[in-house]
Design a protein. Structure first.
Length: 197
């Protein structure tokens, strides 16, 4: 497992100090923030307006706990289910649900669930941990990219109805909503997000 700090969870002050230590000005931090949240970059190599040496310095010091698509299953009605690999080896699921009027991402908030609701398949899966806000954000970013690629239509709605109980991960769910709706993030309307309990 990679033990470098996850850059997406660091306070801005630490990044400011990092760039100062390698002789870069503070606007580099703003460029990195834009790559991480507005452009949803999942690797330092994607940050092409940074020099190779700056990207190498970032790689040496930090990591990005980016999700990886493990499987992609498309059903006859156009729904696509994704399994995502997390940085620690655990797996979660997310779903793209297309309808004539909207493209909806159904996303997870926990690895497993400890409520054991009989009507829910996730209730049978042992709870492991809460997802960090950036792992929740990644699901939306990836599924949004897939909606545009598969259907040529941008993501319009998000439902927190995947694995886990969102209100048992309240802090990270709230922070993910902030990043998803921020003008410095994905810029989605909060009115198009449903947190289901």
């Amino acid at each position: 497992m990679n033990h470098k700090p996850n850059i997406r969870t660091l306070p801005g002050k630490e990044l400011k100090e990092f760039f100062s230590s390698i002789g870069e000005r503070d606007f580099r931090r703003k460029q990195v923030d834009e790559w991480l949240w507005k452009k949803a970059a999942r690797s330092f190599d994607e940050m092409t307006n940074l020099s190779l040496s700056t990207r190498d310095s970032l790689k040496e010091k930090y990591t990005i706990h980016a999700l990886k698509i493990l499987t992609e299953d498309k059903s006859s009605d156009g729904t696509i289910k994704y399994s995502f690999g997390l940085h620690d080896g655990h797996v979660i699921e997310g779903v793209l649900i297309p309808t004539p009027n909207r493209m909806t991402a159904c996303i997870s908030s926990q690895v497993g669930c400890n409520l054991g609701c009989k009507f829910c398949a996730t209730g049978m899966i042992r709870y492991v941990r809460n997802l960090d806000f950036d792992e929740i954000f990644d699901q939306v970013a990836i599924i949004g990219q897939k909606a545009s690629k598969e259907y040529g239509i941008p993501l319009s709605n998000i439902v927190y109805m995947g694995m886990g109980e969102p209100l048992l991960n309240y802090h990270n769910v709230l922070k993910s909503v902030e990043k998803i709706t921020s003008s410095e993030g994905l810029g989605m309307s909060p009115q198009r997000i449903t947190v289901s309990s």
